[in-house]
Design a protein around this ligand. Structure first.
Ligand code: PLP
Length: 289
């Protein structure tokens, strides 16, 4: 199923202030394993199956598209799944759409305190988990690991490599942009719009790739992960009406807010060939937008 879908990704063509932009609509790849998560999961699921695992374990926040996508993919591939979710207080509240979706798809949710969650990459914590859940294949937060990066390198086609000067994407953990960088031509530049505040992502990304034809900005993160501003929400409403495709407030809305601002500042030449990766995530789109 992975091969068939990757080949049929549609593009949409728009123009912002006279600059032509192609949007690669990964949001249309699959109704539930949407966008970049499809590519991040591909080789992980294949590896889990090949290694004989029957269960998957992963991590995420309450708004994690990765959690929702993994739950669905696990069910589709016949795995049981367990999601370790940040925020103990959530256990006693009604589930939001993302977590409810995950549960509907059979994921078992385990809520942990923010302190415990922060340990998720520490060797001691991981060793303990491995001991508690020996028969689970572990996928890190946001699904980012070398197999995910390999999967994301397949987002770019040969023509994408030839036809564009600039490739833009939204950044969370950096796995997607790392795959795009790996696949890119050395003459191409990648610009990542971070949804998180701070420049630690650039340092992390330097560890994930040796190439340097990229840049990450947090200038349009609107305060940080899952935070919004009235300006962002208004931008999304106007943009959706004008260009007739959906965005959401966590990733793709911030990316296009940023790209539009850079274009309006005259950052790029008029004949710059820009490719925007629409990474999906629409299951988390605010109903009130
Ligand atoms: C998860 C997600 C991202 C971030 O991907 P990373 O590989 O973690 O950087 C971007 N856009 C959407 C819609 C996502 O769901």
């Amino acid at each position: 199923m992975f091969e068939q879908i990757a080949q049929s990704i549609p593009y949409q063509y728009i123009s912002i202030d006279g600059i032509n932009i192609s949007i690669k609509r990964l949001d249309l790849v699959h109704p539930h394993i949407s966008g970049n998560k499809f590519f991040k999961l591909k080789y992980n699921l294949l590896a889990a199956r090949q290694q004989g695992y029957k269960k998957l374990l992963t991590f995420g926040g309450a708004y994690s598209n990765h959690i929702a996508a993994t739950a669905y993919a696990a069910q589709l591939f016949g795995f049981e799944s367990l999601g370790i979710i940040r925020g103990e207080e959530l256990a006693s509240k009604p589930l939001n759409t993302t977590l409810n979706t995950a549960q509907q798809f059979g994921m078992q949710l385990q809520f942990v305190t923010r302190e415990a969650y922060r340990q998720k990459q520490s060797p001691t914590y991981l060793a303990q988990l491995q001991q508690d859940y020996p028969d689970y294949y572990m996928i890190p937060e946001g699904g980012t690991n070398p197999l995910a990066i390999q999967g994301c390198s397949e987002i770019l086609s040969d023509t994408d490599r030839e036809n564009y000067d600039l490739i833009c994407c939204a950044v969370g953990t950096g796995g997607t942009i790392a795959g795009l960088i790996e696949a890119s031509h050395s003459q191409q530049h990648l610009l990542g719009f971070s949804t998180l505040k701070g420049d630690f992502l650039s340092r992390e990304l330097e560890q994930l790739t040796e190439k340097r034809n990229w840049q990450i900005t947090d200038q349009y993160c609107c305060g940080g992960y899952a935070k919004t501003t009235p300006e962002l929400l208004q931008f999304i409403r106007t943009f959706e009406q004008q260009y007739d495709f959906p965005l959401e407030q966590i990733y793709t809305g911030k990316m296009l807010l940023g790209l539009t601002d850079l274009i309006q500042q005259g950052t790029f030449p008029k004949d710059h060939r820009i490719l925007v990766i629409h990474s999906g995530g629409l299951q988390a789109r605010l109903a009130t937008l």
